[in-house]
Design a protein around this ligand. Sequence first.
Ligand SMILES: [Zn+2]
Length: 325
Amino acid sequence: MRHASLIPVLVASLLASTAFANEGFEVWHSVQKGDTLGALAKRYEVKPRDIKRWNRIRGTRLKPGHKLHIWSQVAIRPTRIIEHTLRRGDTLTRLSKQYRTSPEKLKRLNGWRRRPRLVVGNVVKVEVQGPENPSVARGAPQSGRLVNGEKLPDGPGYQVRVQGNAYGTNDTVTLLMTCLPKVKKKWKNAPEILVGDLSREHGGRFPPHRSHQNGLDVDISYFHNVRPAPDYFREATPGTLDAEKTWFLLKTFIDTGRVDYIFVDYSLQKALYDEAKKRGAKAKQLDQWFQYPNGKGMGEGLIRHSPSHKNHFHIRFIHDQDAAS
Ligand SMILES: [Zn+2]
């Protein structure tokens, strides 16, 4: 049984290295009546001529029912409706941020015409991203498991190192699919980000990691100032770290409001701290984000030292039953 399960993993990683794999998120779009090349190109943020090339189409006519192979530049996620029980402090803005939706969508979904009165204990409907059958993070990152884990696919600007070790909660997968491509969008020549381990399919013990057990942890490569860009987890020093791109990526994750911790070796924190400061971060934000300059033993800051994080950083997302379910 053990061996049988290795085979799909190998096939998947071989496929991941084919020429197209990282042009985007792989989508099979079934052509509907009224679909046009222009509209599909807009939806998937690609060029009409790319859709034609990928599908060997001449002319501009699309046949309804035809399945088009598209390498989307945006994460296309299934959605489902869940019920959220209101808590103290919930506002439209806060709910929108927590579930990555918008006040307008919340209003439409709940049939609210104007600003609603949000009463603690009442239930509101929220649209969340992820398949019909939700995943659940159980227990702690060091002693938990993952129910219904979802596999992170390759996407534009990043590559998953070992597909069989890339299972997370739906929320983790959504966050990664949304944030990782942003670097390549900003810097066309940015090297591919390498995504290391998340969790195993059902979570649980995952040596040599101590955590990575419930679908909320992920290891990600730093950007380096060396050329050619390394295609493995290379140890960074303050001199070789590309602090600009690395900070941009960390900040993209932090801005989602879903990050619990980011583990970064203390020796690399100053370069990132300086970069954040250069980009206009206020003292209060720096305090909140960085353990530096308080020393690596201090339990402060979202970005913290943890041994063996010189060649990758490690994000732990917030364990929130509502957002994960
Ligand atoms: Zn890790």
